[in-house]
Design a protein around this ligand. Structure first.
Ligand code: GLU
Length: 502
């Protein structure tokens, strides 16, 4: 790969957007981080470009085993597809920074040669001293001019094995102007900047160096990242300039705030994407929700993947901090669940119940049973994980009869005997229903007639039956559920409930 030859290195693909997601494998990516990935992917795809995943693992002390896999799994779960990346390679491989060390070292050599960088041998104690002095004298923080060693001497000391870092020689005067797609030109006084580290004493580059080198080498055209990087932007601009490379465009997004303002904590939603998956959210929901947190298109709230792919433009993201709106997330999820194609819902439900039903329920679960239950609950759940509590009774050959207080509410308060006798009547009548008539409408007709005969409101009778058959006060539609559970079990549960109350 050529280094620092600006003519050779002028972008050849100027019109083809290339955007990257450059996570550090230090843990599971949370919502704000993944939002940048999603936005980059959408923008690249809308304009016929490429989306690249690059692992930034140069901070070896923070790397977490398995994080790289979970990052890619998060993207896959959302349905975000990358054109180049650590797992699939590509024209600009490798896509893992620790595999590109030679390239960074070549760039360091070039900067040292051009006197744009210097080796620094200062001990941690010396640097602390400088910082303390700055603080005492109310000077701006940042290491500058900490040592001044002739390049030949520095090279000799390095060759002799002395530990050092390489720092950028930031100009002391003048102004660096960098452009942000959303914020316009931003000016930085060079006098406020530091001689930032490019190469650490362990031989690994810092983020500043590595990402500038790679964004150039990989022909990245637009970088989107969090606004916390704005203060580093002049450093990056100066580095691009020092190499003679064109700078990419930048869009620094505002952070996502907690509902009451302030930093988004785990409790407010700063969870990882895979936790949302485990908590019963659909990928469609998260994709829609993440895009809407800081971007919009008129009044539209529901965006399919293809809507997003045809509408999203990075320059439309809002500068105002978006709030993480949990209610909206839940509402969206319920909406997406209801809108799912029946077959897709059956598949999701099966997957979820395989995870959530007690271990003594034999797997794989009976697909036909899930198909009959699915329409009863698709309208009633907000999270896929809500399903198990609603439907577990379909798999229990024996439910533990609920305690009397679950039956003895409203009309039945303090009337256990009456409730018991009523359930006994229900059991007898249902038992008399011929097997061939065991279907939703016959069951409904029977129970409604019986309520009338007993001078009960339908709801009063059905509340007893519901608790007896499903073990719950709230359940999927009762008559349909009874048909699915089957006559034998239904009658058995009702009789058991009756005797438990007598
Ligand atoms: N590795 C950096 C991070 O994860 C990337 C920032 C950027 O997108 O440039 O924060």
């Amino acid at each position: 790969m050529p280094v620092g030859n600006s003519d050779q290195n002028k972008r050849t693909l100027t019109n083809r957007p290339r955007l990257r997601y450059a996570p550090s494998p230090t843990g599971d990516p949370h919502v704000g981080n993944i939002r940048q990935a999603v936005w980059s992917w959408l923008h690249a795809k809308r304009y016929g470009g490429d989306f690249i995943v690059r692992l930034e693992d140069t901070d070896q002390s923070r790397a977490q085993p398995g994080a790289d896999k979970r990052i890619l799994d998060s993207l896959r779960w959302l349905g975000v597809e990358w054109d180049e990346g650590p797992d699939i390679g590509g024209e600009y491989a490798p896509y893992i920074q620790s595999h590109r060390l030679d390239l960074y070292h070549d760039h360091i050599k070039m900067l040292l040669k051009n006197d744009a960088a210097r080796r620094c041998f200062c001990s941690p104690e010396r640097l602390t001293e400088i910082r303390e002095e700055q603080q005492a004298n109310k000077l701006p923080p940042g290491i500058r001019d900490c040592c001044d060693i002739a390049p030949e001497d520095a090279e000799a000391r390095a060759a002799a094995g002395e530990s050092y870092v390489v720092r950028f020689k930031t100009p002391r005067e003048g102004t660096t102007v960098a452009t942000d797609l959303l914020r316009g030109d931003i000016s930085f006084e060079n006098s406020t900047l530091d001689d930032f580290v490019l190469l650490k004493s362990d031989g690994f580059p810092t983020y500043h160096l590595a990402h500038v080198v790679d964004d150039h080498a990989m022909d990245i055209t637009l970088v989107t990242r969090g606004e916390e990087w704005i203060s580093s932007l002049p450093r990056h601009a100066l580095l691009f300039d020092a190499f003679g490379y064109d700078r990419p465009e930048y869009a620094h997004a505002s952070v996502i705030k907690a509902p009451g303002g302030g930093k988004l904590s785990k409790r407010d939603g700063a969870k990882s994407i895979l936790e949302y998956a485990e908590d019963g959210y659909l990928p469609e929901t998260l994709l829609n929700f993440l895009c809407l947190t800081g971007w919009g298109h008129g009044d539209q709230t529901l965006f399919s993947r293809s809507d997003l792919l045809s509408l999203f433009d990075m320059s439309d993201i809002t500068l105002a901090s978006a709030t993480f709106d949990h209610d909206k997330l839940a509402w969206l999820n319920g909406t997406y669940i209801r809108a799912l194609d029946e077959n897709v819902f059956v598949t999701s439900l099966k997957r979820q119940l395989e995870l959530d039903l007690p271990v003594d329920v034999p797997r794989p679960l009976d697909e036909a049973l899930i198909e009959s239950i699915a329409p009863l609950i698709q309208e009633r759940i907000t999270l896929m994980t809500d399903a198990v509590a609603l439907v577990d009774f379909f798999w229990q050959s024996k439910i533990s009869t609920p305690p009397p207080e679950d039956f003895l509410v409203k009309k039945w308060r303090d009337r256990a005997q009456e409730a018991s006798a009523t359930l006994e009547r229900v059991g007898t009548r249902l038992n008399d229903l011929p097997d061939s008539s065991w279907n939703t409408s016959e069951i409904e007709a029977l129970l409604r007639n019986l309520a009338e005969e007993l001078s009960l409101k339908a709801g009063e009778l059905l509340s007893l039956v519901r608790t007896a058959v499903t073990g719950k006060r709230i359940s999927p539609p009762l008559f349909e559920s009874m048909e699915i559970v089957g006559k034998g079990l239904v009658v058995e549960r009702i009789n058991e409930a009756s005797s438990s109350l007598s």
